[in-house]
Design a protein around this ligand. Structure first.
Ligand SMILES: C[S@@+](CC[C@H](N)C(=O)[O-])C[C@H]1O[C@@H](n2cnc3c(N)ncnc32)[C@H](O)[C@@H]1O
Length: 320
């Protein structure tokens, strides 16, 4: 303590604990660096008062919201981990579609979707898989065919950050270097319209903007949501993706969030985590195919050559 105030280091530790408790983001050199940068600008008295005020506020309060925007990492792009997306298209989706051929309704959750690339990516994959399932050629424009077929596809994208959710809702992405199209996205471009230049070409530095086509956009909705405390109202998703999100969380929070996912899955849903994420669920089948791993309560994919399967038991309490 310095006079009546805690030292900067002590307040920093209090704030780190509070951030982990509320949003699951665990202490890391990056987080400490970002918080220290904020602290540097303020005198000790102001830091103490600010953190005391934050601790008294609800996690949805704008003060927390704007603070948390500075801490989250939003790195994302189309066709991230192409191999995983290829498996979703060629192995996972066909089985889900077969399983839903009576109900004709597919719902998918992109949890921690950042600015929406993953959610739109998966919407395109779902449309293409459905076209294949219905034996429709890719040259036919999907909108009419899918509407005529009676199928519905619903993708929900959620993220802690309001700022990225706003970007996702616009569905507009640029070709800036290291931006949304940094991977090979040739296969996706016909799902976008090139936006009319709003600035003269000589001032645009060659940057072009692409708007996701209205039909794909109409399949996807976004909302701001803290994974630690909330989930969408949809009961059973056919697929849940949570990639490159849980790496920032401690094991206990990973397990709690994965259990929450499980409670939103029916018997044949697929859960897809990031390539470096471990699964903390016991009662789950694990499938591996061509370098892609996914999890399911039941074994739709058992007969696929190359999938490996592990089954163990989880108690009901662990699911809640
Ligand atoms: C690195 S991005 C991953 C985006 C996308 N899933 C991908 O793989 O490209 C991680 C996202 O997780 C979000 N996030 C972090 N903590 C969260 C939480 N507690 N609840 C919801 N989203 C969270 C961040 O705001 C960020 O947009």
């Amino acid at each position: 303590m310095n006079g009546n105030y805690f030292s900067k280091e002590s307040v920093l530790q209090q704030l780190l604990q509070e951030v982990e408790k509320r949003y699951a983001l665990q202490s890391s050199p990056t987080l400490i660096h970002k918080m220290s940068a904020i602290f540097e600008k303020l005198p000790l008295e102001a830091i103490n008062e600010w953190v005391m005020m934050l601790r008294s506020l609800n996690e949805d309060h704008p003060e927390w919201q704007s603070f948390i925007e500075n801490l989250t990492v939003h790195e994302t792009y189309f066709n991230r981990d192409q191999n995983v997306l290829d498996n979703i298209k060629n192995v996972i989706m066909p089985e889900i579609l077969k399983n839903k051929s009576q109900e004709k309704r597919i719902s998918i959750w992109s949890a921690g979707c950042s600015s929406g690339e993953e959610a739109y990516n998966i919407a395109i994959i779902a449309v293409e898989s459905l076209m294949k399932h219905l034996n429709l050629s890719h040259s036919q424009f999907p909108e009419k065919n899918i509407l005529d077929s009676g199928w519905t596809i619903k993708i929900i994208g959620t993220d802690l950050s309001k700022q990225v959710i706003r970007v996702a809702e616009t569905g507009v992405y640029s070709n800036a270097i290291m931006g949304s199209f940094r991977s090979n996205t040739q296969n996706l471009l016909h799902y976008f319209d090139l936006k009319k230049e709003e600035v003269p070409e000589e001032l645009s530095n060659g940057i072009k903007y692409y708007q996701i086509k209205p039909f794909i956009k109409s399949l996807v909705t976004f909302s701001q949501m803290n994974l630690l405390s909330k989930s969408p109202s949809v009961l059973n998703f056919d697929m849940i993706l949570c990639r490159n999100v849980l790496i920032y969380f401690n094991d206990e929070n990973k397990k709690n969030i994965q259990s929450r996912f499980l409670s939103h899955m029916h018997e044949h849903s697929a859960l897809i985590l990031g390539t470096v994420d471990s699964c903390f669920l016991d009662n789950i089948n694990v499938f591996n195919h061509n370098g892609c791993r996914w999890y399911s309560k039941q074994s739709l994919w058992n007969n696929i050559h190359g999938t490996k399967n592990k089954v163990s038991v989880i108690s009901d309490q662990e699911v809640n």
